[in-house]
Design a protein around this ligand. Structure first.
Ligand code: ADP
Ligand code: ASP
Ligand code: MG
Length: 437
């Protein structure tokens, strides 16, 4: 059971999830995020520190510390528990205050970012203890690891986690940190923003869990982005492929990589609402349930690159040479379309854009379109759905579509549009594809 930031963000929510996690009969492993707002605050602290602005860094640290003191005031009531919780806050804020005296580095920044999940799990366990709920706090930094390519391996996590769990066979409830891990150098690292979902799926795979439950602030995967479109509805069932496409193409409810571990080990994933535990939510398994379009999602900050070359005409080996450039800079390509004389592709990681463009230049004329958004329409065998293409193209009127990718998978059609058209397109698709306004 994984609980996100808003699910643990208020003392009464922590009280509520303590009840939820201690109700079941099966042994349960609970993965917690940081309290909502904490990781953003830690990012800010790291940013100020990297710029050498110690006054602003201190201000952020003090504000965050005050928030934790008022949180704890309402979290626990007995004296011993209050003293314990206060000592936990003191320990972690002592670390944050020490950073003011040392010079900034990327490794230090990762240590800063890890404080949120360390705090939330320790405070939650203090509350469980006060309530007399037996549990064991599993330190994620002892088993959650990534390799030299920053990739987690389920087999390695399993090898580290199993002996710890075996040592505590008498326990029925385990609590651990999402998001944080150790890298191949043994340093504290993380699974990128929103990474607690990924932790949960990796752990579920490593322990062959009967289910991986992602508890959040909404009743499952909706058909459209509820932050942008007014009327959205939950999707009851998704296949792993559909859920993976939606997560990868921007549905924030799931970390982009969080589906593959569960899929590989065939573990059902449930998306559930902490605030409404009785609502159905979304079930993600091998089965798609029904044929047709299920949802749309949007992925921002995309760059389109067009390589135009008359030498591409009737040439083979051209695409290989282009792909090699992206491989060299470890930059994944999301969308690709080709014509006889040009190829367009998209990336979302611009850290090596300059080098990539430089190396592509010998192959032809290079054009860049920045600030683009990929809108993905996802479903089961969507190409077989009656009138699907008609409805889709009917919905994109008045929008300058830069690329269309259809047929790559039976589950996805992607459109690339300038970012300023994202809201309009999501709204038009809601009406045109789902009949919702
Ligand atoms: P948590 O802190 O629990 O991890 P997140 O904020 O990461 O929660 O994810 C849940 C949020 O994802 C929802 O509140 C919602 O605003 C957003 N979201 C974006 N797209 C979707 C979608 N298609 N379905 C459901 N939620 C979505
Ligand atoms: N706390 C981390 C974040 O805000 C991880 C997570 O919430 O999943 O990104
Ligand atoms: Mg999240």
């Amino acid at each position: 059971m994984k609980f996100g930031g808003t699910s643990v963000g208020k003392p009464e929510r922590m009280h509520h999830i303590a009840t939820l996690v201690s109700q079941g009969t099966e042994p349960t492993l609970v993965v917690l995020s940081a309290l909502s707002g904490t990781t953003n605050a830690l990012v800010e602290i790291g940013d100020y520190l990297s710029k050498g602005d110690r006054t602003a860094t201190r201000k952020c640290i003090d504000k965050l510390e005050a928030h934790y003191h008022s949180f704890v005031d309402e979290l626990v009531t007995d004296k011993a528990a209050k003293a314990k919780a206060t000592a936990i806050i003191a320990e972690h804020f002592e670390f944050l205050n020490i950073i003011l005296k040392i010079s900034f580095s990327e490794a230090l920044n990762k240590d800063i970012l890890a404080q949120g999940e360390l705090l939330s799990t320790k405070l939650f366990c203090t509350y469980l203890e006060e309530q007399g709920i037996d549990h064991f706090l599993l330190p994620a930094l002892e088993f959650m690891v990534i390799d030299s390519y920053d990739e987690p391996q389920v087999s390695v996590i399993k090898k580290r986690l199993t002996p710890i769990l075996n040592k505590h066979k008498d326990k029925k409830l385990f609590v651990t940190q999402g998001y944080i891990c150790r890298n191949s150098k043994g340093e504290v690292d993380n699974l990128k923003r929103g990474g607690s979902d990924y932790s949960a799926s990796l752990i579920a795979a490593a322990i062959s869990a009967s289910a991986c439950e992602i508890w959040t602030d909404i009743d499952g995967m909706h058909n459209n982005d509820p932050r942008i479109v007014k009327k959205t509805i939950p999707v009851e069932q998704l296949s792993f492929e559909e859920a993976a496409e939606l997560a990868y193409f921007g549905a924030k409810i799931l970390h982009p990589a969080s589906i593959w571990p569960a899929q590989q080990y065939n573990i059902p994933v449930k998306l559930l609402n902490t605030m409404q535990p009785q609502s159905k939510g979304t079930l993600i398994t091998e089965k798609a349930g029904s044929v047709g379009v299920k949802a749309v999602a949007a992925k921002d900050n995309i760059i389109a690159i067009r390589i135009k070359s008359s030498r591409m005409l009737l040439a083979y080996g051209f695409l290989r040479k282009i792909f090699e450039v992206f491989e060299k800079y470890r930059t994944p390509i999301d969308m690709i379309t080709t014509s006889e004389v040009a190829v367009s592709l998209t990336i979302d990681n611009s850290s090596h854009l300059k080098e990539i463009v430089k190396e592509l230049k010998p192959f032809g004329n290079i054009e860049l379109d920045e600030k683009q958004t990929i809108i993905s329409v996802v479903g089961n065998n969507i190409s077989q759905t009656e009138d699907m293409v008609k409805k889709l193209f009917g919905s994109i009127r008045n929008i300058p579509v830069r690329m269309v990718s259809y047929g790559g998978s039976p589950h996805n059609i992607s459109l690339l549009v300038p970012a300023e058209y994202k809201t309009q397109l999501l709204q038009q698709l809601n009406k045109g594809m789902f009949g919702l306004e």
